[in-house]
Design a protein around this ligand. Sequence first.
Ligand code: HEC
Ligand code: HEC
Length: 203
Amino acid sequence: MKLITSKIAILAIVASAAGPLLADESVRVRNCTWCHGISAQGFSTAPRLAGQRDEYTENQLLGFKEHIRDNPYSKQYMWGAAANLSPQTAHDLAVYFSTLPPEAANDGDRELLAAGRTIYEVGIPESNIVSCLVCHGPNAEGVREIPRLGGLSYSYLKRRLEQWGEGFHAAAEPMPRIASTLSPNEIEALASYLSFIEYASFE
Ligand code: HEC
Ligand code: HEC
């Protein structure tokens, strides 16, 4: 009984944070979470959406719809999923997913964590690799349209960083330029470090 009461309390909080979407449009949310996982924490090749910056998510949805984000899995899965989203629905879904507390994937290589952290925080000046922290924030929490990276899965982060170097999603300024300076080992270290970042203070 106690458990049920607290579940109802949690649902009430989520519903009030997300506005009317949960009640009226839970079907739309399920259209996304059957790939993106329970509570949108990510599943298989589909990344976590929970806790992502709403401006960033909204921009990506428009990017899929307009075929600007042309990565192989984007084409295969997201061009169809975003094709019929109105700008208002894209906005509402983005805001809704931003209110869900994110969990860290914790699936990188722990031995690379320290190396990844150093690159994230200070870059590698002698190789012209910039600090990621200056844009993505001290806890990789992102700001405005710059995404949260902390706790995304290792395989997703690695793929994104590799695919910019291969020419995909060329419009995602400034990332194509930044990612194409990274070596395979540096990408593995960064993706490992980021996968372990927990949200101590999710607001
Ligand atoms: C058939 C499976 C599938 C469905 C349904 C689906 N997605 Fe996706 N989504 C994916 C995959 C796979 C990716 C990774 C694309 C890539 O690697 O470029 C993705 C990527 C994304 C991204 C990019 C996230 C980031 O961090 O850049 C967003 C945003 C997104 N999806 C939102 C949604 C929303 C909102 C819905 C519901 C309207 C939805 N997805 C439905 C599979 C799916
Ligand atoms: C000058 C600011 C800036 C710097 C420095 C920067 N980024 Fe980004 N990053 C962005 C922006 C803006 C986006 C969103 C691009 C878009 O899709 O429009 C982004 C997107 C990303 C994404 C995609 C996240 C997702 O959910 O798909 C990853 C991964 C990423 N950056 C990693 C890094 C790493 C690693 C570094 C350091 C080597 C770095 N970034 C440095 C601004 C920056």
